[in-house]
Design a protein around this ligand. Structure first.
Ligand code: MN
Length: 298
């Protein structure tokens, strides 16, 4: 596995802090896109996040440290998919993430459309059999198939619950789904925090605590950026109104640490960059670094 150099890697840091051997954290880029249904561009996501990350500050005032220099963050060269079939593409990603987990690394996977998350979830589940999945999204992605594909981004969670226990999945921010998805959630016992229920205060004032209460001690996060309100992240294939703000989301991660639970890995997907709306890219890059800060500053 070759790494990206100083001017291309996450946070644009020197080799001393970004070589694979010495870095505890590794960024995997999976720019895969085959099924986007509305607006395309998710294959540009990893590159946009890496480019924007050069403008993210190393220092975090909440934790008063520079995590990147304490732990090291290596960025692997983006996986090349060429015209690979979706299952072959997923296998390429899974093998890379598995190899890094075997080396004891903390792995962050950047997409790409949400389909790619199947691979890092499979890889992490092998090493962390008790992990919960914390799924941020406007969509529940539980359709059995969509536009003739079982591996559409709209079906990603339906594929995950074929090998992973559905009652250990916690979804947050859902606000667009079909009736069959709503039924699957009820039948399979998926713990879904709908946006409308949060806004109607059905989970109480501290809904973030209720989300974390539902999780086991080890947490894998799969983060579709369309979970955010389109005013926060407009650059995504299927933006939906009535989403979430950045600061209220951080409260979930603070609550994870308060409850002494642990983030063991994550992926961030579905950023589809729009040139004049570059704040989406920077916000996503900051989210990645902030999540790493919560994972390590416990
Ligand atoms: Mn989505």
């Amino acid at each position: 596995m070759k790494t990206l150099g100083k001017y291309k890697n996450f946070l644009a840091i020197e080799d001393e802090y970004s070589n694979l051997q010495d870095s505890q954290i590794v960024i995997v880029s999976a720019p895969y896109e085959h099924s986007t249904s509305y607006v395309k561009g998710a294959s540009q996501g990893p590159d946009a996040i890496l480019k924007a990350s050069a403008f993210v500050e190393f220092y975090d005032d909440e934790f008063e440290n520079e995590l990147c220099f304490d732990k090291g963050i290596a960025s692997i060269k983006p996986i090349k998919f060429k015209k690979k079939h979706v299952q072959e593409a997923l296998e390429l990603i899974r093998i890379q993430v598995d190899g890094l987990l075997r080396m004891g690394k903390f792995v962050v996977t950047l997409g790409g459309e949400h389909t790619i998350s199947i691979a890092p979830i499979q890889a992490h589940y092998k090493y962390y059999p008790d992990m919960s999945i914390l799924h941020f999204d406007a969509h529940s992605d539980l359709r059995d198939s969509y536009e003739d594909s079982k591996y559409s981004h709209a079906c990603f969670m339906a594929r995950v619950i074929e090998f992973y226990p559905p009652d250990n999945v916690v979804q947050v921010g859902i606000r667009a789904q079909c009736i069959e998805e709503a039924q699957i959630i009820k039948e399979k016992g998926i713990q879904t925090f709908y946006a409308s229920a949060i806004r109607r205060n059905l989970h109480g004032d501290n809904w973030q605590k209720k989300v974390v209460d539902a999780l086991s001690d080890e947490i894998y996060i799969t983060f579709d950026v369309d979970y955010f309100d389109p005013s926060v992240i407009p650059s995504t294939g299927t933006p939906e109104p009535d989403g979430f703000l950045y600061n209220e989301t951080l409260e979930i991660f603070r609550e994870i640490n308060k409850q002494e639970k642990r983030i063991i890995g994550f992926d961030v997907v579905e950023l589809a960059p729009i040139e004049s709306l570059h704040h989406s890219n920077l916000t996503t890059a900051r989210l990645v670094y902030k999540l790493l800060n919560y994972a390590y500053n416990r």
